[in-house]
Design a binder for this molecule. Structure first.
Ligand code: PLP
Length: 410
């Protein structure tokens, strides 16, 4: 008799994005003069601009190679094309971070890696997450059985690290001993970027207690301030305690193409094990449960890593950051307190007069026909905030900004 994994039943109902879709559809139903296309999206973190010329050439090369007997390849190595792993290692090298290519595992994206990485740690690991946070860190640990019930917006057994305005949206150390710590910088949803000093506090803690930090750097390309670290390994000691997960989604536009990577240094210390152990466990996990990223896509990734590819990707990042500037300027002019959006594609907006996240979401939708993302959907400390995203075509961003300016009644 098959029984199900009951942990799925613990997942909080009304996952954020389906709930947003439900409210949008209900609004359209009660306003039949409006069409779906009349609703302007400033909520989602999906890219909108086409792939760059060099990347398209790389993807074509990948396809063409499959058309001939001499260059056809079937299954690749589960860890990824060595050329791509080396190119990534070289890029870290340019920022002073020495990594061997065997420490880098290419994958089909940062989200699956963030969800799967917990499987190499023991079930009784105590997990700490930033609050608010990108939901997969929490949900993957709920499914793995590391939490109890969901009560008052929190899972029992999970350690929440509030990221509040007074702390610049970066958390203090957890208030009890934990084993795994998820950090994300530049942060989704707050747009805050951790400084080296802020990361150092966590690295020191992790080294002292043999905890492991899982660092999500999916938005690192959005950092333009040279003082801010793009990788946790730019801070000394991180290679002893941190796994880094990253992606081609947000700078190369691979949200639909799918390509990411995870760095598991051979020097991470875990209780009672050789330093090499985590690297070999992740290798085992990937070789057992993953058959490698698409060969076509990896050619596209290699093209993105070329100097010209990087320059083109930077152009796309700059485009989105100009969108961020337009939204930030519009909202600030209206009197909103706006955070983020300087080294990150997200703006984290404090709502006036104690307004709740979903209350503002409904108001913005009905008055300006614009969608945002309610902050509380990322965790209880997100209440009273909403997230705006800079991913979108310029003309849509400008139209949405104008509609907010003209129609939102504060
Ligand atoms: N990590 C963070 C913090 C994200 O916000 C997202 C997507 O929005 C991802 C990872 C997903 O990355 P990928 O497309 O590589 O799975």
């Amino acid at each position: 008799m098959a029984t199900i994994n009951k942990n799925y039943d613990k997942l909080a109902a009304g996952y954020l994005f389906p709930e947003i879709g439900k409210r949008r559809d209900a609004f359209l139903k009660s306003n039949p003069h409006l069409k779906l296309g009349d609703i302007m999206k400033l909520g989602v973190g999906d890219t909108s601009e086409p792939l760059t010329h060099t990347i398209i050439k790389g993807l074509h090369l990948g396809v063409d190679k499959l058309a001939s007997k001499d260059t056809y390849t079937g299954y690749g190595t589960e860890q990824g094309d060595k050329r791509l792993r080396q190119a990534l290692a070289d890029r870290y090298g340019k920022r002073g971070v020495k990594l061997e290519f065997e420490e880098i595992f290419v994958s089909d994206g940062a989200k699956p890696d963030s969800a799967n990485i917990q499987s190499i740690f023991s079930k009784d690991s105590v997990v700490a997450v930033q609050d608010p946070a990108y939901p997969v860190y929490v949900d993957s640990n709920v499914i793995a059985g590391r939490t109890k019930a969901f009560v008052n917006g929190k899972y029992e057994g999970l350690v929440y690290m509030p990221c509040t305005v007074d702390k610049g949206f970066f958390p203090d150390l957890p208030n009890k001993k934990v084993d795994l710590i998820y950090l994300c910088s530049p942060n989704n949803p707050t747009g805050a970027v951790a400084t080296k000093d802020q990361l150092r506090v966590f690295i020191d803690y992790a080294r002292l207690t043999q905890a492991v930090i899982i660092f999500d750097a999916a938005y690192s390309a959005y950092i333009s301030d040279p003082e801010l670290p793009r990788s946790i390994y730019e801070v000394e000691g991180a290679k002893e305690c941190a796994i880094e997960i990253s992606s081609f989604s947000k700078d190369a536009g691979f949200t639909g193409v799918r390509l990411g990577w995870t760095v598991v240094p051979k020097t991470i210390i875990t209780a009672g094990e050789d330093p090499n152990k985590l690297n070999s466990l992740w290798n085992r996990r990937q070789t057992t449960m993953f058959n490698g990223a698409s060969n076509i896509v990896q050619e596209g990734g290699l093209a993105a890593m070329l100097e010209i590819g990087q320059r083109e990707c930077q152009g796309v990042v700059d485009y989105y950051m100009e969108n961020a500037r337009i939204i930030k300027w519009t909202l600030e002019k209206m009197g909103f307190k706006v955070f983020g959006g300087l080294n990150a594609p997200y703006l984290w907006v404090k709502l006036p007069n104690g307004m709740k996240s979903w209350e503002f979401f409904d108001k913005l939708l009905s008055e300006a026909h614009v969608l945002c993302t309610p902050g509380v959907g990322f965790g209880p400390s997100g209440e009273g905030y909403v997230r705006f995203s800079a991913f979108g075509h310029r003309e849509d961003i400008e139209k949405a900004a104008k509609s907010i300016r003209d129609n939102l009644r504060l």
